[in-house]
Write a protein that binds this ligand. Structure first.
Ligand SMILES: [Zn+2]
Length: 246
């Protein structure tokens, strides 16, 4: 079964054709949601990548409004760069080196030019997720994950080593993580229309301002599984990203 719908678009600089993919709508509910708002399906992020580097000429550009005629679902009669050639700037994530490379890409983009608030929010949100990728799924280091039989010892062991190493790298980069979140918070509070769900209380929690996170969550009218989990983690003074459902 095909899980993705392909679409095609052209680099505005060199006119090369690129293939993009969207997860089929009916599969979105089967995805994994994390507390920072990142959603993964089959290890693929489901949020569309809006800023990319052309794999043919290296030009950086945005796909703001993905509508025809800029984007078409019809395969063009020309050579097409596949999704993997440009998705996340061609980085592979099988080890922590790839995760650090992605962080550096975003830091470089942010340093290189000035962006409209909407675009800066987009880049800082993806930078936040990239930092969190260093220790996402931290719960997998527990022996429970080996004992429940989801993974073989070899897979569990090497995965565990990567996550523990990632945790060290995360702590090493904590200053950059915090300053990105502080700037993102200022932008989101100034532009509430750009906020996603529980992003603001989650940012306070990850900045370890647990009382502020709790205060914002308490202001929400109704409780959900997500808000209860965030309150629980705030009470434990745990600022690490966690899996909400999946
Ligand atoms: Zn190009």
């Amino acid at each position: 079964m095909l899980k993705y719908d392909s679409y095609y678009f052209q680099c505005p600089h060199c006119q090369a054709w690129l293939e993009g993919r969207n997860l089929k709508a009916e599969l979105v509910n089967e995805a994994i949601l994390y507390s920072d708002g990142k959603v993964l399906y089959d290890n693929y992020i489901t949020t569309r990548q809006k800023m990319l580097l052309c794999p043919s000429c290296g030009h950086a550009f945005w796909i703001e409004d993905p509508k025809e005629p800029f984007i078409t679902t019809e395969k063009p009669d020309a050579e097409v760069y596949s999704w993997n050639t440009w998705r996340f700037y061609g980085i592979r994530f099988s080890d922590n080196k790839g995760k650090l490379a992605l962080i550096n890409h975003y830091l470089t983009f942010l340093k290189k030019s000035h962006y409209e608030p909407k675009n800066e929010i987009y880049l800082r949100r993806f930078l936040w997720w990239a930092y969190n990728d260093l220790h996402r799924n931290h719960q997998h280091v527990r022996l429970k994950y080996l004992l429940n039989g989801f993974m073989s010892f070899g897979v569990w062991h090497s995965n565990r080593r990567m996550i523990l190493e990632g945790e060290k790298l995360f702590l090493k980069n904590l200053k950059g993580f915090n300053s990105n979140l502080k700037r993102l918070l200022v932008l989101l509070e100034k532009h509430p229309e750009e906020q996603i769900d529980l992003e603001v209380p989650e940012i306070y929690r990850e900045l370890r301002q647990f009382d502020k996170a709790k205060e914002l969550l308490d202001q929400l009218g109704s409780r959900t599984h997500f808000t209860n989990e965030m309150l629980r983690h705030s009470k434990w003074k745990d600022g690490r990203v966690f899996m909400v459902s999946g």
